[in-house]
Design a protein around this ligand. Structure first.
Ligand code: MG
Ligand code: MG
Length: 470
């Protein structure tokens, strides 16, 4: 539909320009892989595990869906972070003493490739992904066992794929036994500690480098455009999954093959279920629709929530609740800057939400009393946000090993997602029944402030109502 230029609000032009740029730059194409990024990360890990450390990281396994069909394969986030290698049936060994990285993968198999697609094979994989060496994945126990001797620490992502852990322990035990025997002659050293590699990788992944930031901008923008499409196309009488189809359509048209998690498309009271993914109810004219959906682009997640009226017009009660959540979203984003303490931002959010509920007569008594007794938890039962990156709930934690809050640093990306969820109940005024609202943005902390990666999606009630007229 063509918009009469004179009636298009000025903020539409920004979207249109971005929209066209994005269509030209992202749809159907991949960012050219910069292998040096992965090489440098491996070097960093090799330096951190030191000469007496050896590490093994496994690719994700394939997952059976039914009989002989499988779920779409998604590479393990840690493995991808260090290799960029896209296949299952692979592992990476980082040898600290030799300072080398070895890829183990499936070899070429013309017959298998006719049925199931291309494989690099270990010769091409070593060259194209710049490993020091590559070998057959079936050799990993042999090669790891050979390499274990001479290292004091074995790093792995223990528990991530539990099926691998017993084999690793067995290999370690075999080498340790021989080493103990030979150590009488002082000839062999075996690992005497098993270390979680996440203690090295999680702090690295917490700070997004320029390469990651550029991908996350696109993941966020594609996600944003999908939410705009949903606002523009939603009509009463549709089923929630039909709105989900519009979102997935936009993701794929813009080059994001998959969502980064199961999309939540929740009309009316369904929004009060935090992880509602059934998406099979019919939208009612007077309900709100809460959508929590994000695109995965080049393995990185977008994660946006918006809430809008099915009819295109907020009721007065819906607007009252919405504006409380919006104010918290905006205030929290303003506070999300370098050196800020996330715990303080979260506490302020709780205080603002609670005061808003008191002002509307949904909670009673003083602010202090309600916070003390956590009455707000009936209406706001989740945290203010989470790290975002390769995983939608990304690694890193909010506290360091001394249980001190990790202050925000440039390069971190967090979601900001306050919400209020008011189920029907006798002690709540009826106008507020079944209102569930979440407003979620993705925020990159910078040296000078922050960058809201998801700023393209409207979020004031006026902006949303205007967009929904077209
Ligand atoms: Mg979300
Ligand atoms: Mg989220």
């Amino acid at each position: 539909m063509q918009w009469p230029i004179s009636s298009v609000p000025h903020w539409h032009f920004g979207w249109l320009v971005k929209y066209k740029q994005l269509a030209a730059t992202s749809a159907g194409r991949n960012i050219k892989m910069d292998i040096t990024v992965y090489q440098q990360r491996r070097q960093t890990v090799l330096n951190k595990i030191g000469e007496d450390g050896i590490a093994i990281i496994f690719a994700a396994p394939e997952q059976r869906r039914s009989n002989d069909t499988e779920y779409p394969f998604r590479q393990d986030s840690y493995f991808h972070y260090l290799t960029g290698f896209p296949e299952p049936g692979a592992a990476l060994i980082l040898n600290g003493r030799e300072h080398t990285s070895t890829l183990l993968c499936r070899n070429k198999d013309p017959e298998h490739e006719i049925w199931n697609g291309f494989r690099y094979g270990y010769t091409a994989a070593r060259e194209q992904f710049a490993f020091d060496s590559a070998d057959d994945i079936n050799q990993w126990p042999v090669l790891l066992k050979q390499a274990l001797a001479g290292h004091r620490r074995l790093f792995a992502l223990w528990g991530l794929y539990p099926e691998n852990d017993p084999k690793l322990i067995e290999l370690w035990y075999e080498v340790a036994r021989i080493a103990n025997y030979r150590s009488a002659n002082g000839s062999t050293i075996a690992p005497d500690s098993l270390v979680n590699l996440a203690s090295i990788l999680d702090p690295m992944r917490l700070i997004k480098d320029k390469h990651e930031q550029s991908i996350m901008r696109i993941a966020a923008e594609i996600s944003a455009q999908a939410h705009i499409r949903a606002m523009q196309t939603t009509r009463a009488g549709q089923y929630e999954y039909q709105v989900e189809a519009e979102i997935l359509h936009e993701f794929m048209q813009r080059g994001a093959r998959y969502p980064s998690y199961n999309s939540i498309v929740a009309g009316g009271k369904n929004a009060c279920c935090l992880h509602y993914v059934s998406n099979n109810c019919q939208l009612q004219q007077n309900d709100l629709l809460m959508i929590d959906a994000g695109a995965e682009y080049q393995m990185y997640a977008g994660d946006i929530s918006r809430t809008f009226p099915v009819s295109g017009r907020f009721s007065s009660a819906q607007k009252d609740i919405y504006d409380i959540v919006l104010a918290v979203n905006q205030a929290s984003i303003t506070s999300t800057v370098k050196q800020a303490n996330w715990q303080n931002i979260s506490a302020t959010a709780i205080s603002m939400l609670t005061q808003g509920l008191i002002d509307l007569g949904i909670l009673h008594g003083s602010l202090e009393q309600n916070i003390e007794t956590q009455t707000y938890r009936r209406f706001y039962m989740h945290g203010l946000g989470h790290w975002l990156g390769l995983d939608v709930h990304d690694v890193g934690g909010r506290f360091d090993s001394n249980e001190q809050p990790i202050l925000l640093q440039a390069g971190m990306v967090t979601t900001i997602e306050p919400g209020l969820y008011i189920s029907a109940a006798d002690d709540i005024p009826q106008a507020f029944h079944n209102i569930g609202i979440r407003i979620e943005d993705n925020v990159l902390i910078t040296e000078t402030g922050n960058e809201v990666l998801t700023a393209s999606v409207p979020k004031t009630t006026a902006e949303i109502e205007t967009l929904m007229q077209y």
